[in-house]
Design a protein. Structure first.
Ligand SMILES: [Zn+2]
Length: 109
């Protein structure tokens, strides 16, 4: 039976979660967009601002769910928003949004 690798590696996954938590990692997606990135690690798992382990290369695209180099911390809501976007797509959107904000504030009508 083909097991979902995300759950097949339960112990390794827990270790990885704990490692990111111990580092007090902020949300990489909020950071990309220039928003406050702090994660309150005490929030319940179903809270939109709760901590989730986000695979940079998604498991569905061959990324490892237990490789420290392939994961970062994200808010649950940000992770949901990201969906199937690649890291490059997220960064491109963030650059676009930041450029628009810069233009909006530098323009004096
Ligand atoms: Zn976030």
């Amino acid at each position: 039976m083909a097991a979902n690798p995300r759950y097949a590696n339960g112990a390794a996954r827990v270790k990885l979660r704990n490692r990111l938590k111990a580092e007090g990692r902020g949300c990489w997606i909020c950071r990309a967009f220039g928003r406050p990135d702090a994660i309150d690690y005490s929030l319940p798992a179903r809270h939109p601002m709760a901590f989730e382990v986000d695979e940079l290369v998604p498991v569905s695209k061959g990324g490892s769910p237990v490789d420290y180099a392939n994961v970062d911390a994200a808010h649950r809501a940000c992770n949901n928003w990201r969906g199937n976007r690649s890291v490059a797509q997220v960064l491109a959107l963030a650059r676009g949004e930041r450029a628009r904000k810069r233009d909006a504030t530098s323009r004096k009508w």
